[in-house]
Each structure stands twice: as C-alpha cells, then as structure tokens.
Ligand binder design. Sequence first.
Ligand SMILES: CC(C)(COP(=O)(O)OP(=O)(O)OC[C@H]1O[C@@H](n2cnc3c(N)ncnc32)[C@H](O)[C@@H]1OP(=O)(O)O)[C@@H](O)C(=O)NCCC(=O)NCCS
Length: 172
Amino acid sequence: MTVIRRETEADAPLVHALHDAAFAAAEHSSGHEADLVDALRTSGDWEPAYSLVAEADDRPVGHVVATYGRLAGERILGLGPIGVDPALHGKGIGSALMHAAIAAAEARDEPAIVLLGSPVYYGRFGFVAASEHGVEAPDPNWGPYFQIRPLTAWRSGLRGVYTYSPAFDEFG
Ligand SMILES: CC(C)(COP(=O)(O)OP(=O)(O)OC[C@H]1O[C@@H](n2cnc3c(N)ncnc32)[C@H](O)[C@@H]1OP(=O)(O)O)[C@@H](O)C(=O)NCCC(=O)NCCS
C-alpha cells in the first residue's frame, strides 16, 4: 500500500537519497536535484503543504515539491523536482504525487502551477504549454516543455516571464 502524506522533519535525508537515486538514470538531470530540494527547504519560498512524500513499507518511495517563484509580481508555484524510487517506476506513484500536489494547491487557492518537463507525461494532469496562457519560461529555449496547470483561482492578468525560486539558479 502506498500513501501520500506531507514530508516530516525525519524525512529530509531519505528524500535526499531518493532524489539521488531517482535522477541517477534520468534522461534529463542536473545531478543536483537532491541538493536543490535541501536548498529550497531552507529558503523563504518553501511551503510545507507542498512537500509530499509517497510512503510504502514505512519508507519514502517518492517525493514531490512545489515552491514559490514569481510571475507578474505574485508568488506562483513552480513544481519540481519529482522523483520516484527507480525500482517502483510505472506503478502510479508519480501520478499519485502529481494529483496530490495539484489538489493541495487548488485547496489553498493558488492560481497555477508551472513546471519544466515532458508534455506527454504532464499533459495527463492538465498541464499545457505555458505560452498558451501568456506565461513565458525563464529560458526561451524551453519551448513547450515549460508548462502550466491553471487552477480555479487563475486570472488572465498573470502574464509575463516566470522566475523560479533563486535556489534553482544554483542547483536547477
Ligand atoms: C517521472 C517519474 C516521477 C514518474 O514516476 P512513476 O511513478 O514512474 O509514474 P507513473 O507510474 O505515475 O506513470 C508512469 C508513466 O509515465 C511515463 N513517463 C515517465 N517519465 C516520463 C517522461 N519523462 N516522459 C514521458 N513519459 C514518462 C511512463 O512511460 C509511464 O507511462 P505508461 O503509464 O504509459 O506506462 C519517475 O519516472 C522518476 O522518478 N523519474 C526520474 C526523475 C525524473 O525524471 N523526474 C521528472 C523530471 S521532469
């Protein structure tokens, strides 16, 4: 059985090891995703409600976090990293984490979540190219890989270039 719950203090080292393992064989990896999570955790852009762990057999087997970046002068969530134990890929754990993160943001009246990733994968969760909503990536080369999931509180005035939490500049 896998449950999705909020990260606790005791999880931090296990979450670090989990991202190291998850991204070791990933197609696109900076090699610093675990360090990025640690840097984000001590930043002012971290909101505990958006750091979620998938737990199975009493251990974290997946983790996702969304932290605040900036868009049009407002705090808007950027999702990532997300990682699942490589031995457990393809069992729906990543999807469960994504649905939980989106529901948490929706419940707290966040206007949107943005991310950089595969349109094929994230399209399953309602993400579309951010440009469709007038939102530009920090790097124009990201093209359709920079995506947005508008939520109920979305407003069309939220346009322009999105900037991630500064920790992404160092470890992203
Ligand atoms: C991406 C990741 C979190 C998905 O977790 P998961 O538990 O395996 O996901 P699910 O079981 O919910 O979904 C699996 C499906 O997603 C697809 N998928 C996974 N990664 C994908 C990617 N990068 N691009 C397209 N599809 C992808 C799988 O092919 C599979 O497809 P299927 O359902 O048609 O068989 C996991 O593969 C992972 O940890 N990868 C390494 C880290 C990483 O790349 N993170 C994302 C960076 S944007």
